[in-house]
Design a protein around this ligand. Structure first.
Ligand SMILES: NC(=O)c1ccc[n+]([C@@H]2O[C@H](COP(=O)([O-])OP(=O)(O)OC[C@H]3O[C@@H](n4cnc5c(N)ncnc54)[C@H](O)[C@@H]3O)[C@@H](O)[C@H]2O)c1
Length: 246
């Protein structure tokens, strides 16, 4: 079986995706800036590096090539900045776009030529409900996730005839360190978490594996009919507005 590259593989959705793919016999190359001791299975190739660096991508693609070739890519690592467009400092704004958009393009430019050469494959971008809807106090993040969604749609149309499928998952709140960063920035984190949870018709915050299962499906041949599709994984959050538990 050919290999998958997963970014942000040390935590949350990335880590869960790695575990699911390994469980299905897919050779995985996981990229992250740092690795906790207990992270990922032994049979995963861990690359320590920043997704914004071309060198990280050379290392990841080489590692995938050594494991039977590359046919799957998950663009998952991201950066959050809390605040309106007036609150976010220039540097922070640039870094959010650097990680969430520029690095996604770098990943595609590093991986697509190899995948196309080897007969095609599937790419999944991990965006957010914030790619489609505006969330208060997350201006830079929402703008960057909208850009990621459009980038992936462009890949879907530009490279479909070369055997590439590119889809996007748009999760609601997921219980990970990333989400905790947002919760902890609120003036009353407990109240913020309660409101967030209640807003989802499902009445629960997602677990990383809820999202990773869909990512794994979109990477698989079972999703052959899907290309350029944003998949909402949000417990019904964006299906309605002003939801109340009647
Ligand atoms: N947690 C949520 O509520 C939520 C909601 C919607 C979408 N998402 C998206 O899900 C994806 C995964 O987030 P998560 O919640 O699993 O977060 P997480 O913090 O658990 O994991 C993200 C991982 O990405 C790595 N990373 C970040 N920047 C990197 C860089 N420049 N280079 C290499 N690695 C880097 C981090 O070290 C971390 O291990 C992100 O794209 C995020 O935007 C998260």
């Amino acid at each position: 079986m050919t290999a998958a590259i997963v970014t942000g593989g040390a935590s949350g959705v990335g880590r869960s995706t790695v575990e699911i793919l390994v469980g299905r016999g897919v050779p995985v190359v996981a990229v992250d800036r740092r690795w906790p001791d207990d992270s990922a299975a032994d049979d995963v190739v861990r690359i320590t590096g920043d997704v914004c660096d071309a060198g990280t991508w050379k290392e990841a693609v080489d590692a995938a090539q050594e494991r039977g070739g590359l046919s799957k890519l998950v663009i998952n690592a991201a950066r959050l900045a809390v605040g309106s467009v007036l609150d976010v400092a220039d540097d922070e704004l640039r870094q959010v776009f650097e990680v969430n958009v520029f690095a996604a393009a770098l990943a595609l430019r590093s991986c697509l030529p190899v995948m196309i050469d080897q007969g095609g494959g599937a790419v999944v971008g991990v965006a957010s409900t914030d790619a489609v809807f505006a969330e208060q106090g997350l201006a830079a993040y929402c703008a960057s996730k909208g850009a990621l969604l459009q980038l992936m749609r462009c890949v879907a149309v530009d490279h479909a005839r070369q055997g590439i499928r590119a889809n996007v998952v748009c999760p609601g709140a997921i219980d990970t360190p990333f989400f905790r960063q947002h919760v902890d920035a609120a003036p009353d984190p407990e109240a913020f978490l309660r409101v967030k949870t209640e807003r989802h018709p499902s009445g629960r915050i997602l677990q990383p594996e809820d999202v990773a299962e869909v990512v794994a499906f979109l990477l698989s041949d079972a999703a052959i009919g899907m290309n350029g599709t944003p998949v909402m994984i949000d417990g019904g959050l964006t299906t309605t507005f002003d939801f109340k538990d009647a």
